[in-house]
Design a protein around this ligand. Sequence first.
Ligand SMILES: CC(C)(COP(=O)(O)OP(=O)(O)OC[C@H]1O[C@@H](n2cnc3c(N)ncnc32)[C@H](O)[C@@H]1OP(=O)(O)O)[C@@H](O)C(=O)NCCC(=O)NCCS
Length: 173
Amino acid sequence: MLETERLVLRAWREEDLEPFAALNADPEVMRHFPSTLSRTESDALAARYQSHIDEHGFGRWAVERREDGVLLGHSGPMQMTPPHPLAPGAEMGWRLARAAWGQGYATEASRAAMAYCFEQIGLEQIFAFTSATNLPSQAVMERLGMTRRPDLDFDHLMFPEGHDLRRAVVWSS
Ligand SMILES: CC(C)(COP(=O)(O)OP(=O)(O)OC[C@H]1O[C@@H](n2cnc3c(N)ncnc32)[C@H](O)[C@@H]1OP(=O)(O)O)[C@@H](O)C(=O)NCCC(=O)NCCS
């Protein structure tokens, strides 16, 4: 478990599944992804995140607000696997419920997650990428002090050719 001034990053719990499904079903939150998620897909995603944490000691942690215990979303790096073009690197990810945007939570959580992975896990580099259109996510990368890496940009195969979310822009620590 990691603590910051306002947040806790921790293992996933049964009671997270409902609020996590609610944010994954919000079209505005999922605007830069292929689609919103059903409850079953959302539960499976939380399970996948938790098994990555169990296996590697880090991953997309559940992010809880300390003052009221509300689940805000997730943050943390995950190991990429082939055929991903950046495999076997680790990729930061963050996703918060809409009500939690604009308060610095994504940056605060992600800064703590990255520091932990560098200092305690021994990761040497962490990547982040998103679609060229996802400016809020790129702003988080900037605030985290990451470096824009146009040399590593790639086409994301989860989107068909010509899709405006297909081009992924890459940043690294
Ligand atoms: C990407 C995402 C997490 C960014 O959230 P965010 O709230 O914009 O980012 P932060 O938490 O870092 O907050 C920064 C904002 O909070 C403001 N802020 C308010 N109080 C603050 C504080 N105490 N500390 C820092 N910033 C604060 C900042 O000024 C900034 O506002 P601005 O966007 O108007 O410049 C959010 O848009 C999201 O969940 N999107 C959907 C999922 C997604 O696309 N994920 C990325 C996939 S790659």
